[in-house]
Every structure is written in structure tokens, then in C-alpha cells.
Write a protein that binds this ligand. Structure first.
Ligand SMILES: C[S@@+](CC[C@H](N)C(=O)[O-])C[C@H]1O[C@@H](n2cnc3c(N)ncnc32)[C@H](O)[C@@H]1O
Ligand SMILES: Nc1nc2[nH]cc(C(=O)O)c2c(=O)[nH]1
Ligand code: SF4
Ligand SMILES: [Mg+2]
Length: 215
């Protein structure tokens, strides 16, 4: 029996988020998630999908001849075979990132992978799932993200930024407005007013293509 993963979609688009925003990227979206963030824009990946071998996924990625590959979901780390997939993507020479909820242990992820750790805010309704041990594992190759729903979430994110010195642990600290919950310009104004060492992140793909799956 070959190693398999349940996959919702593989597509080529512009990275809409993180430090590689705007760069052509292949996305591998794994099916299933143990969380239920109230704002989740990828709920179509909670179920369904297709069981595929790692080899078939790697072949489809290679057909796009990408430089960047992003493994997302759903929650990619909920499937144990995400770990060998990430390693094999690195071995194939791609610049690999993973988007993860921070609710699962990231220690087995290949250190060549940029781990984009989303610390879940109270407004997500899943902040009780945060595994704070993950923060001690972060390096300059990793990124921490807060998806912010309100001024209360912003104040909470600032308190975590200070408590853990996140800008010294990770290469990027990203503050992203929760789409439909918070105006990006409000978040921008707060970041400037507080002179924070963080990067405002917009979800570029939503401005380009609204909220279509597979873009
Ligand atoms: C769909 S999740 C998949 C990966 C993983 N489960 C996670 O939460 O990081 C990818 C990223 O999209 C963010 N996201 C989902 N819905 C969003 C929304 N409505 N506005 C802004 N970001 C959102 C998540 O918080 C996460 O950082
Ligand atoms: N273009 C594009 N960029 C993205 N970056 C992260 C995504 C995600 O859903 O995890 C995503 C997505 O769905 N589309
Ligand atoms: S952890 Fe990620 S995929 Fe799961 S519900 Fe939250 S945003 Fe959606
Ligand atoms: Mg998305």
C-alpha cells in the first residue's frame, strides 16, 4: 500500500498571503480540519476530496514547473502523510510553505519548509486550540499570522506579540483582517498608530477573484 493523502484540490495561482504574496505558486489543499473557525473561507475542504498517492500529487505539482508550493487545507497536519509530502516537495527543489492552524504539533515538519503558524484569535472561536509549545520551535524561516476580527482581537494579538517577542522568533509577523469581519483600513490605522513591527496582510486573491475556490 503506497502512502496516500486525501486532497481537495491542486491549483496554480498567485499566492494571496504571507511573505511570498503575489508570486506564482502551486497550492495543494488537503481535506479535513478538526477546527471550525467562524470565518473559515475554505469550509468546502472539510469533507469530500480524493485519496491520492504522494507520487501522483508530486507529478501534478511538477507539471506546473513552479518555484513555490504551498500546502494548505483544511488542516494539513491533521493527516500524518503531510510530513513526507512536505519533505519530498523540498527534496524536489521547490520553496515550500505550509499554512497551519497552530493546533497541531509542528515539530516534525521539515525545517526547509516555511511554517505559517496562524495563532487563532478569540474572534475565530477556536483560540482554545492554540498549542503554544509551537512558538518555541519557530525560526527566521517561519511566519506567524493573526487573523483579526475586531479591535478586541487586535489588542489580544498585540499582547501575544509582546508576551512571546514574536518578531524576534519568526521571520514575519502577519496581521490579516478577517474578510467580512474587519476593514483592512482600520487594521492598517491601528498598526501605524502603535508603530508595530508587523506586516499588514491582505488576501490578494479575494481582491483579484473574489472568493472563488481554486484561485
Ligand atoms: C483556510 S486556512 C487553511 C490552513 C490552516 N487550517 C489554518 O487555519 O492556517 C488558511 C488561512 O486562511 C485564513 N483564513 C480563513 N478564512 C479567512 C477569512 N475569512 N479572512 C482572512 N483569513 C482567513 C486562515 O486563518 C488561515 O490563516
Ligand atoms: N491565491 C490564493 N492564495 C492563497 N494563500 C493561502 C490560501 C489558502 O486558502 O490557504 C490561498 C488561496 O486559496 N488562494
Ligand atoms: S483551522 Fe483553517 S481550515 Fe480549519 S476551520 Fe480554521 S481557518 Fe478553516
Ligand atoms: Mg483560501
Amino acid at each position: 500500500m503506497q502512502d496516500t493523502l486525501r486532497i481537495t484540490e491542486v491549483f496554480y495561482s498567485l499566492q494571496g498571503e504571507t511573505r511570498t504574496a503575489g508570486l506564482p505558486t502551486v497550492f495543494v489543499r488537503l481535506t479535513g480540519c478538526p477546527l471550525r473557525c467562524q470565518y473559515c473561507d475554505s469550509a468546502y475542504a472539510f469533507s469530500g476530496g480524493t485519496v491520492r498517492t504522494l507520487d501522483s500529487i508530486l507529478e501534478q505539482v511538477a507539471d506546473f514547473r513552479p518555484r513555490y508550493v504551498c500546502v494548505t487545507g483544511g488542516e494539513p497536519l491533521a493527516q500524518p502523510n503531510a510530513i513526507p509530502l512536505l519533505k519530498q516537495l523540498c527534496d524536489a527543489g521547490y520553496e515550500v510553505s505550509i499554512e497551519t492552524s497552530g493546533a497541531l504539533d509542528i515539530s516534525a515538519v521539515d525545517t526547509r519548509v516555511s511554517r505559517v503558524l496562524d495563532l487563532k484569535t478569540p474572534g475565530s472561536k477556536e483560540s482554545h486550540r492554540n498549542l503554544y509549545e509551537n512558538i518555541g520551535l519557530l525560526t527566521a524561516n517561519d511566519q506567524v499570522k493573526f487573523v483579526i476580527c475586531s479591535r478586541e482581537d487586535y489588542d489580544w494579538a498585540v499582547s501575544k506579540l509582546i508576551e512571546y517577542g514574536l518578531e524576534r522568533r519568526a521571520g514575519e509577523v502577519l496581521f490579516s483582517p478577517s474578510h467580512h469581519d474587519l476593514k483592512a483600513s482600520d487594521l492598517a490605522d491601528w498598526i501605524v498608530a502603535d508603530n508595530l513591527p508587523v506586516r499588514l496582510q491582505m488576501q490578494l486573491h479575494k481582491y483579484l477573484w473574489n472568493d472563488e475556490p481554486g484561485r
